[in-house]
Ligand binder design. Structure first.
Ligand code: M6R
Length: 370
């Protein structure tokens, strides 16, 4: 079943481009507009939505965090993202106009299932973004938008993450379309960028894999890693940190780069590896310069800087010790490519340490207990 791959994880990372592509497939009509009739929520209900709450766990929650930045920007309604197990027990404010979006690869995560039951009991509609046909979460939801990543076997979630972002983006753009929150041309432009992402992910796999492997060899003995990003790079940092701790058993911490000076910089010592997600659109995106100054700060304290950055970024060339390059793309699209080198890096590290990358210790593929 693994085909010629060393592991399911290896195979599944290589399916990242296809996962995005297949999730986009069949969701646009001939005129290039979005058609989500398949989810069976009528347009009237979608129009009334005035708030979104995403509930999910682990990787799926990071996909939700990425989507928050995009959907708030496009649709101008608040999007909260909450870990399902926290949401369930805090008496959340839910109304019939709140759309609860449950994101789950397996569709069987008990924490997420309990949270969605609670949301429905309180009178909110639940839409599931799920990768598994007919699983409990889609079965118990009011509507389903399937990700078409194909079965994911490795415990560490990879292709499902990029598919979840893609599906959540489609949902956001659809809401923008029915609510008239964006011009049709703008929506088409974003959809066009999305369509270009599979090729960009493929570029990363084809051109960056050997640099990633070399970096893993160089850092295999590191005791801990920090992962930093801002805006959509923040959840990507969290996801990179999760991948590495989950399968390579390395202590990692991911946080928002702006927090550095509020505490975490105290951890930075000579040789400490720090991974930065550097935003694209240098010169246009104000956060680019801020992340670069974060890099300068940790370097001044002797950190070993690994950056994920746009091809040819001169600031990064100047300051980073190791770089995994991304091809040019708009900021909101960057998580779809940026996570890929982090997935590969975690896998290479785990392989070098001789661990079973598909079945890390203490973990199950789906967590069916609360
Ligand atoms: O099947 P789900 O998407 O609901 O699973 C949620 C998390 O348990 C899952 O993403 C977990 O964090 C992964 N092992 C991360 O790689």
């Amino acid at each position: 079943e693994k085909g010629g791959w060393d592991s399911f994880m290896d195979k599944e990372i290589h399916e990242d481009p296809a996962a995005v592509q297949r999730t986009l497939l069949g969701r646009l009509n001939k005129a290039g507009d979005l058609n989500l009739d398949e989810v069976h929520i009528d347009e009237h209900d979608f129009k009334a939505v005035d708030k979104i709450i995403v509930i999910a766990c682990g990787t799926a929650s990071y996909a939700g965090m990425v989507a928050k930045y995009a959907i708030e920007h496009w649709v101008r309604i608040p999007v909260e993202v909450e870990l399902a197990h926290e949401f369930r027990y805090r008496d959340p404010i839910l109304t019939p106009r709140t759309l609860v979006v449950a994101i789950s690869q397996s569709g069987e995560t008990m924490d997420t299932l309990m949270a969605l039951r609670h949301a429905r009991e309180q009178g909110s509609k639940v839409l599931a973004i799920c990768n598994t046909q007919g699983a409990s979460i889609p079965r118990e939801s009011d509507a389903v938008l399937y990700t078409h990543a194909g079965p994911e076997v490795a415990v560490a979630s990879t292709k499902a993450f990029v598919a979840q972002i893609t599906a959540a983006y489609l949902l956001g753009l659809y809401l923008a379309q029915v609510k008239g929150a964006m011009f049709r041309d703008e929506i088409h432009q974003v959809l066009d960028s999305l369509k270009h992402m599979p090729a960009k992910i493929q570029w990363v796999i084809d051109t960056q894999s050997s640099a990633i492997q070399a970096a893993a060899k160089r850092m295999v003995d590191a005791k801990s890693f920090l992962f930093l990003g801002r805006h959509v790079g923040y959840p990507v940092a969290l996801e990179g940190a999760l991948k590495l701790k989950e399968i390579a058993y390395t202590f990692t911490e991911g946080f928002a780069a702006g927090e550095l000076k509020h505490g975490p910089i105290a951890l930075v010592d000579e040789g400490e590896p720090v991974v930065f997600i550097v935003p694209p659109e240098r010169g246009r995106n104000v956060l680019h310069a801020k992340v670069i100054s974060g890099i300068e700060e940790v370097r001044a304290r002797g950190a070993f800087v690994i950056a994920v950055a746009e091809e040819g970024d001169p600031d990064v060339e100047r300051y980073a010790d190791v770089v995994f390059w991304r091809p040019k793309c708009p900021t909101l699209m960057s998580p779809l490519v940026d996570v890929v080198p982090l997935q590969l890096f975690a896998m290479d590290m785990a392989n070098l340490k001789g661990y079973d990358v598909d079945k890390p210790r203490n973990l199950a593929k789906s967590v069916t207990v609360e």
